[in-house]
Write a new protein. Structure first.
Length: 266
């Protein structure tokens, strides 16, 4: 009985499982540990070993001089660490090659000129390979639970989604900046006329928070905090107004309070 034909996968569909990855490593520290194993074994060539920061050169040295380790335990530990470090190099290679291609294209290099460097024979093949490499970059930056599939279609879709997110984030930042440009003067007026608004209790507390934050209010977190503080101050002032506790407030102070209420209600 003939096997049923498998349907081809959707090229833009994310991978179902995220591959296990090494991630970040303190490579210099690991090379230092390997160096110590060779020093303990009195490796006669240890003086030729590259610096701990020269990962590739150090790995080549350790491979060529693995026989200098005298015990099986040392050889096993060293080889395992080398496997780990080569896997780390493999993971990072795609990211760095993709960046090199980006720089080459920005400098005006044609795809046909990049073909030999990418070990392909045609400009179209160089383009497609570069798109597949870009998947590694997008996967590293992705906020999704699934990595980007290594197909040109998947990369284009991931780039489209990234562009949408960038536009959304930029719009959110612009909106936050506009809100702050309106909120900051209102908050400053509350502080300027606080002398008759202070109640030695909740209102005073929130006005203190606003006054402390206003001189250095720039980051998104600080902008959000400022709005929360103004909202809290207005909430307590509204309670005070209902109780008739704002009767001693000056006209300017009441105007500042009303302006804050109006702004927050928009």
């Amino acid at each position: 009985m003939p096997r049923p034909k498998q349907k081809p996968g959707t090229p833009t569909k994310p991978l179902l499982k995220r591959p296990v990855r090494i991630g970040s490593l303190d490579t210099a520290a690991l090379i230092g540990e390997l160096r110590q194993l060779h020093e303990d074994a009195e490796d006669p060539n240890i003086g030729r070993m590259p610096a701990d920061e020269e990962l590739f050169g150090a790995l080549l040295y350790l491979e060529a001089n693995a026989s200098a380790l005298k015990t099986e335990a040392a050889r096993r530990a060293a080889a395992t660490k080398r496997v780990l470090l080569w896997e780390y190099v493999r993971e990072r290679a795609d990211l760095h090659q993709a960046k090199a291609i980006e720089h080459a294209r920005a400098a005006g290099t044609e795809w046909a000129d990049l073909a030999p460097a990418l070990a392909v024979k045609a400009a179209s093949a160089a383009y497609n390979k570069a798109r597949r490499l870009q998947a590694a970059v997008l996967a590293a930056l992705s906020r999704s639970d699934h990595p980007v599939r290594r197909t040109p279609e998947a990369v284009r879709e991931a780039e489209r989604q990234a562009a949408i997110r960038a536009v959304s984030e930029r719009q959110a930042e612009e909106q936050a900046a506009r809100r702050h440009s309106l909120l900051s003067p209102v908050a400053q007026r509350l502080i300027a006329y606080r002398s008759t608004l202070d109640d030695d209790d909740e209102v005073t507390f929130w006005l203190d928070q606003i006054e402390a934050l206003l001189p250095d209010c720039h980051t998104p977190t600080q902008l959000v905090s400022l709005r929360k503080y103004v909202e809290a101050a207005v909430r307590e002032l509204t309670k005070a107004e209902r109780k008739g506790s704002l009767s001693a407030a000056s006209a300017d102070a009441l105007a500042a309070y009303r302006a804050a209420v109006s702004l927050l209600s928009e």
